[in-house]
Design a protein around this ligand. Structure first.
Ligand SMILES: Cc1cc2nc3c(=O)[nH]c(=O)nc-3n(C[C@H](O)[C@H](O)[C@H](O)COP(=O)(O)OP(=O)(O)OC[C@H]3O[C@@H](n4cnc5c(N)ncnc54)[C@H](O)[C@@H]3O)c2cc1C
Length: 398
């Protein structure tokens, strides 16, 4: 067994660090207000929409990332990507998360950037959507969840009815990441079958300016970057047959095949975040003295750090094992879910331990811990809640 990191992961991480130093850090210094303790107030306007100055930074990083070859790195070469495998990508993701909050989170485009689900596009659709997306000219969003159906998304109420050579979409989606800014949405609607059928759901490509499609309220969330998630409304939204992505009725399976990779990204990122918080906490514990001794010399503190270090190493090996199985072409659904479950819990534990070790200082907005504490909570909810991961693991076992 070889536990060393693949040389490609080491090289990409090094290149990304140089890129951050040269291209991203100057922007962070120039626009410090978007990262400081009042960052939330500055990022959005009174309607909770991100302000043009902030959107311009996101776009600038996207353009630079495309030029440097990072943007579509995980996509196949046939569509202009870097063909980086899932293990390498996850390790790089871990390293990228092991740093303070910053604009580097926009380098890969997040939920608005290139995604393998768009490989379902035919050649015309690739020309219209996928290639401009790879070039950073447009962004997308993934619209599956609805007000009444999240974990059971295939019970969706959104329907698309055929009318001549058009489809008419009616329904509502919620919590859609990048929804307010996407140039087009990947929208899932029932086109046949009964509520809850896995088959009969179709994926559509819907332009942001398509009549009948509107961005509703922008959600105000507990953590993450404000102004990112929105409701989407479809009211007699007519699209042509050429907007069906993949096969009619196969949209849900397409969506699910994408979600597995997303779960590993979350696990890897959680390990990076936890490692960063552990390193901060160790440093603080060495220097902070109470009762004439550094708190690091108290078992009450050092055992918390030891436990966290052990948990980080467990999840690191678990996500890498899951990713390795995927690169071998083996079924890894159980391991993906295990890694996502434990990774999400780890990020929350790390934020909690870091806050405890830092005492009052950790609770204040001057340090990044308070922000991490809020933002890590969502990792246990999106891309399948803890309970849904356990359901998947149990189904694989039984
Ligand atoms: C910040 C954020 C960003 C998001 N971005 C997107 C996006 O871009 N696109 C998108 O489509 N969706 C997105 N989502 C939606 C997300 O995927 C859902 O919130 C998630 O799948 C859970 O669905 P729900 O909120 O409807 O909760 P529900 O499904 O209603 O679950 C409520 C509770 O019941 C539990 N539960 C449900 N079913 C079971 C069961 N069978 N057994 C045991 N427990 C169960 C859940 O674990 C949870 O604790 C986002 C959500 C958030 C918070």
């Amino acid at each position: 067994m070889d536990f060393s990191e693949p040389s490609e992961a080491v090289q990409i991480t090094k290149a990304l660090e140089d890129f951050i130093e040269q291209e991203v850090k100057p922007l962070e210094q120039e626009h410090e207000k978007f990262l400081g303790k009042d960052y939330e107030k500055h990022i959005v306007d009174e309607n909770h929409r991100q302000v043009p100055e902030y959107r311009e930074i996101v776009e600038q990083i996207r353009r630079k990332s495309v030029e440097a070859g990072f943007y579509g790195m995980t996509m196949p070469e046939e569509v202009g990507g870097g063909d980086v495998d899932v293990l390498t990508r996850s390790i790089v993701g871990e390293h990228m998360s092991n740093r303070p909050p910053g604009f580097h989170s926009h380098i890969f485009g997040g939920a608005g950037g290139p995604t393998p689900i768009l490989l379902e596009c035919n050649e015309e659709q690739r020309e219209e959507y996928l290639y401009p997306l790879m070039d950073g000219e447009i962004t997308t969003c993934f619209a599956l969840t609805e007000p009444s159906h999240g974990s059971d998304a295939h019970y969706m109420d959104t329907r698309a009815e055929k009318d001549g050579d058009e489809w008419v979409i009616n329904g509502q989606k919620v919590y859609i990441t990048n929804g307010p800014y996407a140039d087009f949405a990947m929208v899932f609607a029932r086109t046949s079958g009964e509520k809850g059928d896995i088959e009969g759901v179709t994926a559509f490509l819907v332009d942001a300016d398509n009549p009948g499609f509107e961005v509703g309220s922008i959600h105000r969330s507990m953590g993450m970057t404000p102004g990112t998630h929105a409701e989407l409304h479809f009211d007699d939204c007519r699209v042509g047959e050429d907007k069906v992505m993949g096969e009619v009725g196969a949209g849900f399976q397409q969506a699910m095949s994408w979600i597995g990779g997303g779960r590993l990204n979350i696990a890897a990122s959680a390990v990076g975040q936890a490692q960063h918080l552990l390193d901060m906490s160790v440093e603080y514990a060495r220097n902070r003295e109470t009762f004439d001794k550094p708190i690091a010399h108290r078992q009450g503190v050092s055992f918390q750090l030891a436990d966290l270090a052990a948990d980080i190493e467990q999840v690191r090996q678990l996500y890498r094992y899951a990713a390795w199985k995927m690169t071998q072409g083996e079924r890894a659904r159980k391991e993906e879910s295990m890694a996502k479950l434990r990774g999400a819990q780890l990020a929350n534990k790390a934020a909690d331990v870091a806050m405890q070790v830092h005492g009052g200082a950790g609770y204040m907005k001057d340090l990044e811990i308070e922000r991490r504490y809020r933002s890590s909570r969502v990792l246990r909810i999106f891309e399948g809640t803890d309970e849904i991961q356990k359901r998947t693991i149990a189904r694989e076992l039984i």
